[in-house]
Design a protein around this ligand. Structure first.
Ligand code: TMP
Length: 205
C-alpha cells in the first residue's frame, strides 16, 4: 500500500492511546511500515512546545496557544511527516489539525477564518488520508479517566469546554465525510476494536 497519512482524534478520556496502540499493531502485522508520532510534539522542538502548551502554570492567550500548535506542526511536517510519506511509510499521528479546529476553534473560540489561513500556510495541500474520531460524551470520558493526579492545562477544563470540543469534532466529520470516520468510543473496547479491524482491512486489503 502507498504510504497513508492517518490521524486519530477525540476528546481527552476517549481512550485514543489504547486504540492507537492496537491499530498500530494491527497495521504492522499486515506488513505496513509505520511511523508513529503525535501532536503537539513529534520533534525535539515540538516536544518542548508541547511541554509549554500543557503546563498548567503557563497561562497564555488563546491565539498564542493556536500559533504554538501550528508552530509545532510546521516543524513536525518538515522533520517527520513529509519525510516518512516520501519514504513510502504510513504515518499514524495522534492528533493533527482537526484538534486545533475542535480545541482552539470550537473550544476556545478562535475564528474559523484564522484557523483556515494558518492551516493553508502551514500545510499547503497536505491533509490526512484518513482521520478516526473516537467520539463519546465528555461525562463518560471523565468518569473513565477517573481523577487525574495532576491534570494538564487542557485536562483541567470543564465539561462545557469538552462539549464544545466534541461538537467541533462532529462538525468536522460532517463537513468531510470522505476523510473522517467517527467511531463510537462509549462502547466496550472489543466493539471499538472490531470497528478498527474493519478500517484496517479497508486500508490494506
Ligand atoms: P494528548 O493528550 O492527546 O496527547 O493531547 C494533548 C492535548 O493537546 C489535548 O488536551 C488536546 C490538545 N491539543 C489542542 O488543543 N490543539 C491541537 O491542535 C492539538 C494537536 C492538541
Amino acid at each position: 500500500m502507498r504510504g497513508k497519512f492517518i490521524t486519530l482524534e477525540g476528546i481527552d478520556g476517549a481512550g485514543k492511546s489504547t486504540h492507537l496502540a492496537w491499530l498500530a499493531e494491527r497495521l504492522k502485522s499486515r506488513g505496513v511500515s509505520l511511523c508513529i508520532t503525535r501532536e503537539p510534539g513529534g520533534t525535539p522542538l515540538g516536544e518542548k512546545l508541547r511541554a509549554l502548551l500543557l503546563d498548567k502554570d503557563q497561562p497564555m492567550h488563546l491565539e498564542t496557544e493556536t500559533l504554538l500548535m501550528f508552530a509545532a506542526r510546521r516543524e513536525h511536517i518538515d522533520k517527520v511527516i513529509a519525510p516518512a510519506l516520501a519514504r513510502g511509510e504510513s504515518v499514524l499521528c495522534d492528533r493533527f489539525t482537526d484538534a486545533t479546529f475542535a480545541y482552539q476553534g470550537a473550544g476556545r473560540g478562535v475564528s474559523r477564518e484564522k484557523l483556515v489561513a494558518l492551516e493553508q500556510w502551514v500545510q499547503g495541500d497536505l491533509q490526512p488520508d484518513l482521520t478516526i474520531i473516537f467520539d463519546l460524551p465528555p461525562a463518560v470520558g471523565r468518569a473513565r479517566a477517573g481523577s487525574i493526579k495532576s491534570p494538564d492545562r487542557f485536562e483541567r477544563e470543564n465539561e462545557a469546554f469538552f462539549e464544545r470540543v466534541r461538537e467541533g469534532y462532529l462538525q468536522r466529520a460532517q463537513a468531510a465525510p470522505e476523510r473522517i470516520r467517527v467511531v463510537d468510543a462509549s462502547r466496550g473496547i472489543a466493539e471499538v476494536q472490531a470497528d478498527l479491524a474493519v478500517i484496517a482491512e479497508a486500508l490494506c486489503p
